[in-house]
Design a protein around this ligand. Structure first.
Ligand SMILES: Cc1cc2nc3c(=O)[nH]c(=O)nc-3n(C[C@H](O)[C@H](O)[C@H](O)COP(=O)(O)OP(=O)(O)OC[C@H]3O[C@@H](n4cnc5c(N)ncnc54)[C@H](O)[C@@H]3O)c2cc1C
Ligand code: FES
Length: 277
């Protein structure tokens, strides 16, 4: 699709250079689409060339994409699913008008982007990181796996739950020590965690859970982890407006008050959310 129905902002590298010189993070800029393909039915992979996001994004941070259709004012947030040189991969499902528009993008098109936004997973500890993803919560965990696989002090186990098609199993396999997955017809990720519990105990490093997916799934994962004394970091989804803390569209009630998913999160601990069993 050729970008005709909107006025592009400045090209990414100009915005990045000007922001860097002024000691700021770059704002919204126009980036090039360098790859677009369908991974499985209704699920797409989009690769954008954005050297700033590629250099600075950490797992669970997200990028706001702006639809060309001027009737859709708000950007759509997507977790970074991988980085390769200057290229950033996003994986998304078509759910409404914005994602439907993105599914028509082709290599060579332009799109406006802003990021990386939000607070990433804390990957500071040597650990057996257990990546528990559900549905379109899986993409940010792919980037966590890609990041962690370079470390000597981290083991990585993926536990992915799919509605039906296992769209990310092949993508994660190269980055993890053990990959497990389940479809809705077979059970859920907590069933899978029960199955592999003994395997987690024998690993040399203590487990740390990183999770992203539907809220009921993450509540169940948080309860499972807290019963066993396993720390969990949960990346929440919320309806967003701005994506950077200005509009208060994304607040979540927690024991320590109302927090903004876009700025205080999307990553929160079980304790912050009051989700312990
Ligand atoms: C931090 C974060 C990371 C995300 N990462 C991914 C990802 O990697 N892959 C993926 O497929 N989806 C992801 N989502 C969900 C994705 O942003 C929505 O599916 C998308 O915005 C829907 O846009 P739409 O125009 O197609 O739908 P519409 O229903 O037309 O959207 C209308 C409005 O609601 C917002 N909205 C709708 N659904 C959601 C939702 N589930 N979460 C947040 N906002 C929503 C849109 O941003 C838009 O402002 C993420 C959401 C958040 C908050
Ligand atoms: S989306 Fe605007 S404050 Fe979070």
């Amino acid at each position: 699709m050729t970008a005709t129905s909107f006025t592009p902002t400045l090209p990414a590298q100009t915005v990045e250079r000007e922001a860097h010189e002024a000691g700021r993070k770059p704002g919204r800029r126009t980036v090039e689409v360098v790859g677009a393909s369908m991974l499985s039915h209704g699920i797409f992979r989009l690769v954008i060339r954005d050297p700033y996001v590629a250099r600075h994004a950490s797992p669970a941070q997200f990028v706001n994409l702006y639809p060309h259709d001027a009737r859709m004012m708000l950007p759509r947030p997507f977790g970074v699913a991988g980085v390769d040189g200057d290229d950033v991969t996003l994986i998304y499902q078509i759910v409404g008008h914005g994602t439907e528009e993105f599914s028509t993008l082709e290599a060579g098109d332009a799109i406006d982007a802003l990021g990386p936004l939000g607070k990433p997973f804390d990957l500071g500890k040597p650990a057996n990181y257990v990546l528990v993803g559900g549905g379109l919560g899986v993409p940010p965990l792919l980037y966590a796996a890609q990041t962690l696989c370079r470390r000597d002090d981290a083991r990585v186990t993926s536990v992915f739950g799919y509605r039906d098609e296992r769209f990310a199993d092949e993508l994660v396999r190269g980055y993890v020590n053990a990959a497990h997955s389940i479809t809705n017809a077979e059970g859920n990720v907590v069933d899978l965690l029960n199955d592999i519990e003994d395997e987690l105990k024998v690993a040399a490093q203590p487990p740390v859970i990183l999770s992203c997916g539907p809220t009921p799934m993450m509540r169940a994962v948080a309860a499972w982890a807290s019963k066993r004394g396993i720390p969990a970091q949960l990346s929440l989804e919320a309806r967003m407006g701005c994506g950077y803390g200005a509009c208060v569209a994304c607040v979540v009630d927690t024991p320590s008050g109302r927090l903004k998913v876009c700025k205080d999160g999307p990553v929160f601990t079980t304790e912050q959310l009051g989700w312990a069993a």
